[in-house]
Design a protein around this ligand. Sequence first.
Ligand code: GLU
Length: 332
Amino acid sequence: MKKLFASFTSALAIFAFSLPFSTSVKSAEFFTIGTGGATGVYFQVGNAICKMVAKLQSAEHGRKKGTDKAYRCAAPSSGGSTYNIGQIQQGEFQFGVAQSDWQYHAYNASKPDKVKPFKDLRAVFSAHPEPFQIIARKGSKIKDWKSLKGKKVNIGNPGSGQRGTFEVLMESHGVNKSYFGSTTELTSSEQSGALCDKKIDAFGYTVGVPNAGVAQSTDGCGAYIINLTTPQVKKLVADNPFYAFATIPKGTYKTSKKDVTTFGVMASVVTSASVSEEMVYNVVKAVFENLDDFKKQHPAFANLDPKKMIKDGLSAPLHPGAVKYYKEKGLM
Ligand code: GLU
């Protein structure tokens, strides 16, 4: 026991000495970024941000420049977009990744049944595009929206962006859950396994491309993504600024024999007006000053363009801490 205690205290000492700011900074501030399922792209966004924040902190510490506050962050997996927005509103998360449609509806209080109105929601920047995808099981005979009728479909867990977007899609086609044979509420990390195990015939997922979760079912058990080009989808795109047509190029997954056309949104990083200007400024600075490194963190980030990141898919006002940085850098 004594030995155990001794090794525990020495481990603690090593840990304390290995913290680069433990002796020289005035204070350390901790924040959390809400993401999505562990096999999704939001998880990669959140963790890439934390990595860039740590990188900026150690660079500035070395040069004795910038903030004398040390920022520490964590980006745990979560239920997804609307869950993240709710947690930011409650002050549990300081940042979160959210689909542009749910950012819009939260700020404008336009779908209170799906996302709680949140006037203090603030945009930070947008990241990768997220096509809404229906992934069908090999042998399911699903080829379009119509042939989903009577099938076992995963509509996503409550709190996820895809769940809300799937509901919007059903509503726009004038149907409800009874259109399908049955529906499940599996999380994004459960749905691919369930598809390959034939527990479900299809699932809906709003996610960046490429993505490990989708690959698990396409490359893993021959599932494929269907086109979504009904007149109702076209109307959704025509009527809403946060939707656009999206293509999943052929070759993306093993079963991507042709380009797939669907509609999609942007992934965006959001925060609250009550988060400090200094914290948001530092997060934005960390990402934009290390953008080349950030882009390398996931293939879905390859085409990130600063000019688009500060404009596209942002319907809540930009947080003043972000505006400060964008103005300083001449981006605005
Ligand atoms: N768009 C999904 C959501 O809002 C998450 C996708 C991901 O995890 O990359 O829940």
